[in-house]
Design a protein around this ligand. Structure first.
Ligand SMILES: [Fe+2]
Length: 282
């Protein structure tokens, strides 16, 4: 190792030592790993002063782009695959696989009746999504909540589109004793993640497309169960293999089958999908 490498190692060791007595053990562990990996990143790449400053300016711009309806940091985390990785690390054995929350979740969606349409006719062809929520032993979960949201046929969520009513394509459904649920929505379409902010520069600089594989978002929860943030993906979608935010899981892909004569007459597609909740881990 040359003299510069020795000096760099000394800086890293000094910084680690400065935080080694952090009282909270988990904070101590996270800080030590963060410092170790950040320093290794700079050392291994030979990070220049100009590149370091460009990185700081980029992160500053990401923060400045955030407002109550635009979370550029979540988009950055999604775009780098960190959100997907964290969901995977925290998946609960036996439960429905989790995937990214995404930047468009809004708490407080209206409670709706089973079978109700969460959107409007103009959002797209109607899909009936139905199934059961069970526990890991296969028993129905009474009182499970599905907090559902998605974008319209124009590729926009309500908070991006002044033409949509507040809380369009959002709804909260609660299962009964049989664990069953059903709701109507429009068949989801692929939509671009926003590239009008600093994260858009990542897509432009790397030549990646910025489309999500078409999906419906669901947060599942229930008293005594670990909540699961997940998606329902459309098996016919062209972007399943190249999702902009790395959210696709094979187990979350469902067929939007054309409605049959004995399906409800207002429905163009039917999706049968079941969910599994695991006991809370404390
Ligand atoms: Fe989405």
């Amino acid at each position: 190792m040359n003299a510069r490498g020795v000096a760099a190692e000394k800086v890293t060791a000094e910084v680690l030592q400065a935080y080694a007595a952090t009282p909270d053990p988990r904070l101590r562990e996270l800080l030590a790993a963060l410092i170790t990996h950040l320093h290794a990143f700079a050392t291994e790449t030979g990070l220049t002063t100009a590149e370091w400053m460009a990185g700081l300016e980029f992160l500053t711009a990401v923060g400045q782009k955030c407002d109550p309806e635009r979370q550029e940091f979540i988009l950055l985390s999604d775009t780098l695959g960190l959100s997907s990785l964290v969901e995977t690390i925290n998946a609960v054995a036996g439960a429905t696989e989790p995937t990214v929350l995404g930047p468009f979740y809004r708490p407080g969606a209206p409670r709706r009746e089973m079978g109700e349409h969460i959107g409007r006719p103009e959002d797209g062809p109607v899909a009936l999504i139905r199934g059961r929520v069970t526990d890991t032993a296969g028993n129905p979960v009474d009182g499970a909540t599905l907090d559902v949201w998605q974008g319209s046929g124009n590729g926009l969520y309500d908070i991006q589109d002044p033409q949509q009513p507040d809380f369009n394509l959002r709804g909260v459904f609660t299962t009964g004793p049989d664990g069953g649920f059903a709701f109507r929505t429009s068949r989801p379409v692929s939509y671009p993640v926003p590239i009008d902010g600093p994260v858009g520069n990542i897509y432009r600089a790397t030549g990646r497309h910025n489309y999500r594989a078409a999906h419906v978002h669901v947060i599942l929860s229930g008293q005594g169960y670990e909540p699961v943030t997940t998606h329902i993906f459309d098996s016919a979608n062209e972007h399943l293999g190249s999702d902009a935010v790395f959210g696709v899981r094979d187990s979350l892909i469902s067929e939007f089958r054309p409605a049959a004569p004995d399906d409800p007459p207002d429905v163009r597609y039917v999706v049968d999908v079941d969910f599994t909740l695991a006991p809370a881990t404390g």
